[in-house]
Design a protein around this ligand. Structure first.
Ligand code: AN7
Length: 345
C-alpha cells in the first residue's frame, strides 16, 4: 500500500486528490546487531533505498505530484543533487506529465542521472552547484507556472513525516536517537514533525534526540554559515545553503540533539562497514550518520545501550563509481579448475 493510501486519514488528501501510487513507503526497518554491538547500542536502519526510485524522496514526491495534478499543473520542475530528480521523473512518467530537472553538471551520481533520463525527464545540466540550480528552478517555475517539486513545496515535508510514523509503528516505541544525513534539511525537519505529531496524538510518550550529520566540505549547519562552494564525495548532500535550515535547527535544539560533520574518508569507511558488517549497500550520503555514530563512540559520547535509528536515505546502486573505487576488484582467472582452486583462498 502506497503512502497516500496507508496514511490517507493523516495526509491532506481529499476526494479530488488523484490516487498516485508507486507503492512507496513501508520500507524495512532492519536491526544491525554486528555494527550495533561494536557501538554498544541497539542499532536499527531504515532502508529508504527500497522505495520505488531508490530513495526517501518518493515519500514526499507522491503527495507533491498528486497535489500538482489536483491543481491542474501542466509540468513539474525541480533542481536536484540527483535523487529528487530521479523521484520527480518517475512520478511524472507514472502520471503522464512533462518533467524538467536542473542538475549541477558533472556532480550527479551515475545511477541517478540514468534514472532521470530513462524515465523521460528533460535533463538540464547547469554550470553551477545545486544551490544555484534551485534558484533557477524556482524562477522557471514562476515564469512558466510549472509545479515546483523541490522541498520548498510544502507537501514534500508533510508526506515525508510518514517515515517517522512508520518507525514508531514498527518499533512499537520511540528511538532514543534518530540519526540522519542533512543536505537541504527537509528530511530531518519532516521526521521531527512526524514524531511530534505522534506525541500530540498520545501514540508515543517521548521524543528522540535528533542527530543531523553533514559532510565536512558541505556543513553549513555545523559551521552556522552558508557554504559558498560545497564539496564532498557524498554528492547527494553537496548543498551549501539549506532551504529548511531554520526548521532543522529547531529540531536539533528542541530535541536535545546535535549537528556534526564527518569527512569524506569517514563516510567511505562507514559505507564499507555497513556493507561488510551489515549486508546493506547504501549510497555515500546515507552513510554519514553511521560515520558520525562511529566518531561519537570513539569520543565516548554515544550513550551505552541507546536505541538508535539511522535513516539510510538512498540505495548504494545509485553511485557505482564511488563504490567501485573502494571495493576492490574481481580476481581474474582462466577457465581451469586448478586456477579456481588457487583463487579459493
Ligand atoms: C541520499 O536530490 O537534495 O536534508 O536534490 O539524496 O532533506 O535535503 C537530496 C538529498 C540525504 C539530504 N540523503 O536530505 C536532491 C537532494 C540522500 C539525498 C539527502 C539527500 P535533505
Amino acid at each position: 500500500m502506497g503512502v497516500l493510501k496507508r496514511y490517507c486519514d493523516r495526509l491532506p488528501v481529499t476526494d479530488k486528490t488523484p490516487a498516485v501510487n508507486l507503492e512507496e513507503g513501508s520500507t524495512p526497518l532492519v536491526r544491525l546487531d554486528r555494527i550495533g554491538g561494536a557501538l554498544g547500542v541497539e542499532l536499527w536502519a531504515k532502508l529508504e533505498g527500497c522505495n520505488p526510485s531508490g530513495s526517501f524522496k518518493d515519500r514526499g514526491m507522491v503527495l507533491a505530484v498528486a497535489k500538482a495534478l489536483e491543481d491542474g499543473a501542466r509540468a513539474l520542475v525541480c533542481a536536484s543533487t540527483g535523487n529528487t530528480s530521479a523521484s520527480a521523473a518517475a512520478y511524472a512518467a507514472h502520471v503522464g506529465v512533462p518533467c524538467y530537472v536542473l542538475l549541477p553538471s558533472g556532480k550527479v551520481a551515475l545511477g541517478k542521472l540514468a534514472q532521470a533520463l530513462i524515465y523521460g525527464a528533460k535533463v538540464i545540466a547547469i554550470d553551477g552547484n545545486f544551490d544555484r540550480a534551485l534558484e533557477m528552478a524556482r524562477e522557471a517555475a514562476a515564469a512558466r507556472s510549472f509545479a515546483m517539486v523541490n522541498s520548498v513545496n510544502p507537501y514534500r515535508l508533510i508526506a515525508q513525516k510518514t517515515g517517522a510514523w512508520e518507525i514508531c509503528e514498527s518499533l512499537g516505541r520511540v528511538p532514543d536517537i534518530h540519526a540522519i544525513p542533512v543536505g537541504n534539511a527537509c528530511n530531518i525537519s519532516a521526521y521531527w514533525a512526524g514524531y511530534r505529531d505522534f506525541r500530540e496524538q498520545g501514540r508515543i510518550s517521548s521524543l528522540p534526540r535528533m542527530f543531523g550529520f553533514q559532510a565536512e566540505g558541505a556543513a553549513p549547519l555545523v559551521t552556522n554559515e552558508p557554504c559558498p562552494n560545497p564539496e564532498t564525495v557524498a554528492t547527494a548532500i553537496r548543498i551549501g545553503n539549506p532551504v529548511s535550515a531554520d526548521l532543522a535547527r529547531e529540531a536539533v535544539r528542541d530535541s536535545g540533539g546535535e549537528f556534526n560533520s564527518v569527512t569524506d574518508d569517514e563516510i567511505l569507511k562507514a559505507q564499507l562497514a555497513l556493507a561488510k558488517d551489515g549486508g546493506i549497500f547504501a549510497e555515500p550520503a546515507s552513510c554519514a550518520p553511521l560515520a558520525g555514530l562511529i566518531k561519537l563512540k570513539a569520543a565516548g559520547r554515544l550513550p551505552e545501550g541507546a536505541t538508535v535509528v539511522m535513516i539510510l536515505t538512498g540505495n548504494g546502486l545509485k553511485d557505482p563509481d564511488t563504490a567501485l573505487a573502494q571495493a576492490g576488484r574481481p580476481v581474474k582467472i582462466g577457465s581451469s579448475f586448478d586456477e579456481l582452486m588457487e583463487a579459493l583462498v
